[in-house]
Structures are given as C-alpha cells and as structure tokens.
Write a protein that binds this ligand. Sequence first.
Ligand code: ATP
Length: 295
Amino acid sequence: MKNIHFIVNPIAGKGGTVMDMATLYKYFNTTEYQITIKVSDYAGHATILTKESLNDGAKIIVACGGDGTINEVASCLVHTNVLLGIVPMGSGNGLAESLKIPRNIKKAVQVIKENKTNGIDVAMVNGRPFFSNMGIGFDAKVISNYNSSGQRRLWAYLKAVIKSIKDFKNNERIKVELNGKTYNTNPFMFFVSNSKVMGYDISLTRMASLQDGLLDVVIIDNLTRGEIFVLGFFVLLRLNQYLKKVKYFKVKELKLSFEEKRKGRLIQADGELYHLNESEICVTIEEKALSVLVP
Ligand SMILES: Nc1ncnc2c1ncn2[C@@H]1O[C@H](COP(=O)(O)OP(=O)(O)OP(=O)(O)O)[C@@H](O)[C@H]1O
C-alpha cells in the first residue's frame, strides 16, 4: 500500500478550497493507496503535521496551499527519500508555476498519481531552507503590507506594492560578497531566487533553474519613486534585464552583512516574513536535495 498524506492549508489563496476523501478516492483506489488528509490550524502547524506524517511512514506528502505551506512541508523532506507533492491552492503559487504544476486541483492530483519525480535544488538562508526566493528591502515591505491587508488576492498584492512604494525607505547599507567580489550598496531590493517565478507569473529571474545548482541574485540599486514605476513596468513587460540599476549574478553562495548591527530586521523567504537577529546572512544551495512530483 502506498501511504500518501495531504496537508491542507484552509486559508491559502481565497480560502475555502476543499480537499476531501470523496475527491481523492476518485483518483486513488483503496486497495493500492492509503490516503490521509490533515488540515493546518495555524501558521507553523503544517511543519508539525509533516513530522508526524514522516513518523507514520508516509511515502508522499502533498502540500495543498501556496509557497508558505510548501515551505513548511518541504523543509521537513530535504535529504529524505519521501516525495513532495504539490496541489497549488495559494495566491501566488510561485513554486508550482515554476514547476509547471497545474492550478486545476484534479490535474494536480493526476500529476501526483503519475509519480514522475525530479530532484530540485534547495536554497538555505542562515541554515533555513527556502525553495522559491528570499529578499530584503522592498519585497519584504510588500509582504508585510500584503499580510496586513488580510486579503490574499492579486489586487491586494498590487495595493500592497503601491503602499510600499509610498512607505519604503531604503536606508540600509549592506556589503555583499559573491563570486570573489565585494559590493557595497544601499539597495532598493536584494533578492535571491532558486526558481523562475515569484508568484502571479511575475518574475525577476526568468533565467533561473531549480536544477542548475545555482542561486540567481538580483541587486537593485537605490531607486527614485519614478524609477520604481519604470521598474514595475519593465518587470510586467519582461524587460527588467535591460535596466542599468538591476544587477544579476549566478552564484553558488553569498554572504551579506549589514553595516548597522540591530535585531528584528524583516526578511522574506517563500513569501513569509521572518525577523532576523544576525547582522550577517549566508545563502547557500544544496543541489537536488528535494524530490518533487512533477508533470
Ligand atoms: N489555519 C490557519 N490559519 C491561519 N494561518 C494559517 C493556517 N494554516 C496555515 N497558515 C499560514 O498561512 C500562511 C499562508 O499560506 P500560503 O503561503 O500557503 O498561502 P498563500 O499566501 O495564499 O499563497 P502564496 O504564498 O503562494 O501566495 C502561511 O504562513 C501558513 O503558515
């Protein structure tokens, strides 16, 4: 019997999407598969549920939600032989889009049933895994405003972007060490991506690959408000690589240090906010450390 556990985030995306036994038993017959569905009750609960599923011998654990849920589930599966399945139920669904996993629930479940696997790279920021991207500066501010909106939809995300353009002050000087060089900068945004798409099909790193063993780094220098709007326009037109103030690097690892030492700095990883107490960040990559079911 194949033991598959589904971990569902009931508030991901618009909320209220149902994943029930009746739906799953249309795909997985009871003689071949043992199916378990678990629902997360609070942020962080999916990690606890996943660890319990590992102890119960699950061979496939399916994250039903967005990038935050995937992060909580997949972080427990790195360097194991348990497979990650994804049913995209989030708002942005950046990782699912990068892996070309269909948003349609029935099609996503079919992908799990077909059992085709790929090893993908896992990025680490100060030892904490992320699968899609991380950032400091403007994008962390956007996530903070998006979370405060209480809505998880595209228009709420766009409103959070506009509010962040008004609010954001980039007064942090950082030193970045990568590929044997050092950059001292006061960036509008510092962004590291493992995958192509950030969510909602928006991308700063369309050239990124989940299987190249490399991190795609974007450093955007200090921008005026006018330049921020130009950047937004260029990103939507997929022309951001032509902007002078946007620098791209492909690296195996990098170090970043903040000039000012203070606690509680906001960083985002896979769309979730974390408070950083260290004044140094080390980002590394572990090649093909996670096995994922893909189309
Ligand atoms: N029952 C719950 N109540 C409140 N928050 C929850 C619950 N279960 C999970 N969460 C949290 O919900 C947050 C959002 O989840 P997730 O990222 O999967 O969805 P999303 O933000 O809509 O999608 P995406 O990240 O792809 O845009 C995560 O921080 C997760 O820990």
